[in-house]
Design a protein around this ligand. Structure first.
Ligand code: HEC
Length: 136
């Protein structure tokens, strides 16, 4: 019986460690974003710390493009993309991160569209999107 308990204990520890390292990986990815982005709830709680030279990413999942009403520095091309009615689905988010200007060119149809975000993330976008959804 005693050995059963310690086996369970070990199993539990293993799960906790796996969860902790998954959360750790997400935090590591957030480091690529937090220079410019914060995740701040409407009541002012900072769910993930960061800077403010980019829009607040709170509730970005399924939000309209250029949809942070408090952010005044959207590029005209991201605003134009927002006017098409497009939203930040997981696929749009991943495509935007892989090539922000190319993504805006595709959505707006303007071959010269330029994003004001000069950062590209080729992997881990999906995990970041899902992690952002868990912040509440
Ligand atoms: C050097 C600053 C900087 C970094 C680092 C950065 N961004 Fe941005 N981000 C911006 C700016 C500026 C905009 C607005 C772009 C525009 O208006 O064209 C933006 C826009 C966005 C948007 C569109 C939001 C909206 O309201 O429509 C998303 C999504 C986004 N960034 C995600 C990320 C993620 C995820 C990371 C980390 C992998 C990241 N960004 C890293 C500066 C940055």
């Amino acid at each position: 019986m005693r050995s059963m308990i310690s086996f369970r204990g070990l199993f539990f520890l293993g799960c906790v460690t796996a969860l902790a390292s998954a959360a750790h990986a997400d935090e590591a990815r957030w480091r690529d974003c937090r220079t410019c982005h914060v995740v701040e709830a409407p009541d002012g709680r900072e769910l993930a710390r960061g800077g403010r030279s980019g829009p607040n990413l709170y509730g970005v999942a399924n939000r309209a493009l250029a949809g942070d009403p408090a952010f005044r520095f959207y590029s005209s091309d991201l605003r134009a993309a927002g006017q098409t009615g497009a939203r930040w689905t997981e696929d749009n988010f991943v495509a935007y991160l892989a090539g922000p200007s190319q993504f805006l060119r595709g959505i707006t149809g303007h071959p010269a569209a330029e994003s004001a975000m000069h950062v590209e993330l080729r992997s881990g976008g999906r995990e970041l999107f899902r992690w952002l959804q868990t912040l509440d």
